[in-house]
Design a protein around this ligand. Structure first.
Ligand SMILES: Cc1cc2nc3c(=O)[nH]c(=O)nc-3n(C[C@H](O)[C@H](O)[C@H](O)COP(=O)(O)OP(=O)(O)OC[C@H]3O[C@@H](n4cnc5c(N)ncnc54)[C@H](O)[C@@H]3O)c2cc1C
Length: 405
């Protein structure tokens, strides 16, 4: 694909956002909505088709089942945002009513250790206001007779604000409204940066088309390319692209009820996709960082690994037909799988919004709001997201989130 590069209208912006997918778009929208902010915003996106972004490869689901209370609160805001999107977006006629298809996430434990993790996590979730239920194998079988639970010790599911939502509709609405409010989006690529003489500020970014654009602050929202972008300012960030495979298949005999997003103990996961079709996801046992442009599909993994697991867990899936398959990238945070955000300690106008691994879509409302607050006020106003600060890496204080997919 040859991209026609676009030049920005100005030579200088208060805020430059690198990456215009869900995180960049969310932050730009929250900036544009904030009455205390009158600055200029430029969003630079290297591929406005977004075809290879994580945002376009997502399962588009949200869950309340996290093991840290903060991650639950982040998803609660996502649920509120999606269910009340028209209120959040000023009853804009072009913004549709949205809902969450609450089929829930079904975590399955096949050993006592993981069952204990589910029990502990349920307490965190209940304390945070979620409605997680623990199910014995018999209870699972009663509610979801299609599962094989012979090896299962415990299940955990929450049927409120947990399931599929239309992430693309939210993404489109954020971009459209923020553009209307004056945010400038351009098709171009940030290829390098210049810093101030004392090295504490990024002064400008250089675009692929050659323009040098000055910035007050800049936000790294470049997904799996986060480390590449950070390197332009001489910064390390522990984020790498890791392949995640997806399949859509049709079942010869579809289930007669919605399939929860089921996380098999093997890590293979599968969910309802409507019309007798299902979406499945998995990764290879060996899970290295890959090249930024490597989206090659592994055609063997389905037959050799994924389908046998699926057909064992749900015997009705013995007879299925693949309809489509693709490889996408997680922006995999190798430090602790969680978001990395806020300013850099020394280069103080360089802000992060990176490392969302497999749960960034649902975090985009809270993280975009928080990022905008940090850029405007230098602190979080609505939900304290400071545990995700970049400096937890240098102080070696990981956030232990046990519910990672
Ligand atoms: C298979 C799969 C399933 C998933 N399922 C879920 C799910 O069910 N629920 C959930 O919450 N999350 C899910 N996720 C995770 C979620 O999709 C991501 O966390 C989220 O989309 C990250 O958004 P982002 O904007 O940070 O990154 P991206 O969507 O990757 O966007 C980054 C953008 O930055 C641009 N860019 C990069 N470098 C530059 C540069 N130098 N100059 C200009 N532009 C640049 C890129 O072109 C890209 O468009 C899934 C991810 C995958 C891969």
């Amino acid at each position: 694909m040859t991209l026609e590069l676009q030049n920005p209208q100005h030579k200088s912006y208060d805020i430059i956002i690198i990456g215009g997918a869900i995180m960049g778009a969310s932050t730009a929208w929250f900036l544009s909505k904030n009455k205390d902010f009158r600055g200029s915003v430029l969003v630079v996106e290297r591929d406005p088709t977004y075809v290879n972004s994580s945002t376009m490869h997502t399962n588009s689901c949200m869950r309340q089942q996290f093991s840290t209370e903060l991650n639950v609160h982040i998803s609660q805001f996502a649920a509120d945002f999606v269910k009340n999107i028209r209120d959040h977006m000023d009853a804009d006629d072009l913004v549709p009513e949205l809902s969450i298809q609450n089929f829930g996430y079904m975590y399955l434990a096949d050993n006592d250790n993981f069952a204990d993790v589910l029990r502990e996590s349920q307490q965190v979730q209940l304390n945070a206001g979620a409605e997680t239920q623990l199910l014995s194998p018999d209870q699972i079988k009663l509610k979801y007779p299609f599962y094989n639970v012979d090896d299962i010790v415990l299940g955990s599911i929450n049927l409120r604000d947990e399931g599929y939502w239309d992430g693309t509709a939210v993404f489109d609405a954020w971009r459209r409204q923020s553009r209307k409010a004056g945010v400038e989006y351009i098709a171009n690529e940030v290829v390098s940066m210049t810093k101030s003489a004392n090295g504490t500020k990024v002064e400008s970014v250089t675009l692929k088309s050659g323009e040098v654009i000055a910035c007050g602050k800049m936000l790294n929202a470049s997904g799996p390319r986060a480390a590449r972008t950070a390197k332009m300012a001489g910064i390390e960030v522990p984020v790498e692209p890791r392949k995640r495979y997806s399949w859509i298949f049709a079942a010869e005999q579809p289930l007669d009820q919605d399939l929860p997003l089921t996380i098999d103990p093997s890590g293979v996961h599968v969910r309802e996709n409507g019309g007798g079709t299902y979406q499945c996801g998995a990764h290879s046992d060996i899970d290295p960082a890959v090249a930024y442009d490597d989206f090659t599909m592994d055609f063997d993994i389905w037959e050799s690994h994924v389908w046998p697991i699926l057909a064992t867990r749900i015997p009705q899936f013995e007879a299925i037909k693949i309809q489509s398959e693709w490889a996408g990238h997680y922006a995999y945070n190798t430090f602790d799988h969680n978001a990395i955000m806020g300013p850099h300690n020394n280069i103080t106008n360089f802000y992060f919004l990176n490392g969302f691994s497999g749960h960034g879509l649902q975090q985009s409302p809270a993280m975009g709001r928080g990022s905008a607050e940090m850029l405007i006020y230098g602190e979080y106003k609505s939900l304290d997201l400071s545990p995700f600060n970049y400096n937890r890496i240098s102080t070696n204080t990981p956030i232990i989130e046990k519910a990672v997919i």
